[in-house]
Design a protein around this ligand. Structure first.
Ligand SMILES: CC(C)(COP(=O)(O)OP(=O)(O)OC[C@H]1O[C@@H](n2cnc3c(N)ncnc32)[C@H](O)[C@@H]1OP(=O)(O)O)[C@@H](O)C(=O)NCCC(=O)NCCS
Length: 298
């Protein structure tokens, strides 16, 4: 048996690397890895994501060199994200090792046929394809500062008002119906951290848009609405009240909002591919999600 000193460097690394659960103390290291990718998360954003999910880290001699997180989104559904391998350790199989670990965890918790959804960067696509994920759509990242509040007319009987505590359950069910993702703990966290507006028709809540601090500024999402015009009306509420602030939205490629956001100054700066393994999560009201919570959470 060769000693460590006799092994080539890659083999030494695999011998001393270990995988373990991510803890809140690891958030600072995850933040550094994310910053190196120019990802905008604040440490606080990452701590929130960990609080409502599970993380795994790959540690080599006390240094965190790989990460993943996943979130339960139903009895047999999960979302997955924050897959990062430090630049120095890429191309050596570590991405696959951390992904295999997280897929095993999800299978143990939700069963071997669980539906898993993620948003893949260019870097991640080859790895996810090899693991059986397939592309089902795209998410476009729009961001910038808007200085004009567009006026989007509503139908008689409709209005937009602040979201109150009593709207929580209805908004959760709108999000579930739109996305097929059922995540009470994520929604509870969002309600704690976000402000919301709801669209009503008479006494019925028909849409919602949440607004929260994230990264360099603010995020509008999720946005749920019966159609694109009403989604614009909801988004316009936030743009109008935050003139000149840095705002981000992650919208499905087929939402029909891209050109309108560009005109307002929220330009497209990125694209990721939505991928699934197993069945695709589908809600009972498809086509009503106009912005997602975040790229990692889906
Ligand atoms: C995506 C990422 C985690 C991959 O990590 P990695 O450790 O380099 O990946 P691996 O070495 O395990 O490679 C995984 C597989 O993809 C293949 N692969 C990687 N890059 C490839 C490419 N450009 N073209 C074709 N195949 C590729 C590898 O050959 C390997 O396949 P194998 O296991 O059958 O040999 C890493 O590039 C990264 O951290 N990127 C920045 C953050 C990011 O974008 N993460 C994805 C978020 S969705």
């Amino acid at each position: 048996m060769p000693t460590s000193a006799e092994l080539p460097p890659a083999e030494v690394e695999h011998r001393t690397m270990r995988l373990r659960a991510m803890t809140p103390q690891d958030v600072a290291a995850l933040h550094l890895l994310a910053k190196a990718e120019q990802w905008p998360h604040r440490a606080e954003d990452l701590a929130d994501m960990l609080a409502v999910g599970s993380g795994t880290v790959a540690e080599l001699n006390g240094e965190i060199i790989g990460t993943t997180m996943w979130w339960r989104a139903g009895p047999a559904t999960a979302t997955l994200g924050m897959v990062i391998v430090s630049r120095r350790h890429r191309g050596a199989g570590l991405g696959r090792i951390v992904m295999d670990a997280v897929l095993d965890q999800i299978a143990a918790a939700l069963g071997p046929d669980a539906a898993i959804m993620l948003n893949a960067t260019e870097d991640g696509l080859p790895l996810y394809r090899k693991l059986g994920f397939r592309g089902v759509g795209e998410i476009l990242q729009h961001q910038g500062a808007a200085f004009q509040a567009p006026l989007v007319p509503l139908e008689p009987g409709e209005r937009i008002r602040p979201m109150g505590e009593r709207d929580g359950a209805v908004v959760d069910s709108l999000v579930h119906a739109a996305t097929g993702l059922d995540r009470p703990s994520v929604m509870t966290l969002l309600r704690e951290k976000a402000h919301g507006v709801v669209l009503t028709h008479g006494d019925t809540v028909t849409g919602a848009a949440l607004f929260r601090r994230f990264g360099r500024g603010y995020v509008v999402g999720p946005v749920i609405a019966p159609d694109a015009t009403r989604a614009k009306a909801l988004i316009a509420q936030w743009i109008g009240s935050r003139s000149g602030e840095f705002i981000r939205l992650d919208i499905p490629g087929d939402s029909g909002l891209g050109a309108w956001l560009e005109e307002l100054g929220l330009v497209r700066v990125g694209r990721v591919v939505t991928m699934v393994r197993g069945g695709e999560p589908r809600g009972t009201a498809p086509g009503t999600a106009f912005a997602i919570v975040s790229q990692a959470l889906c």
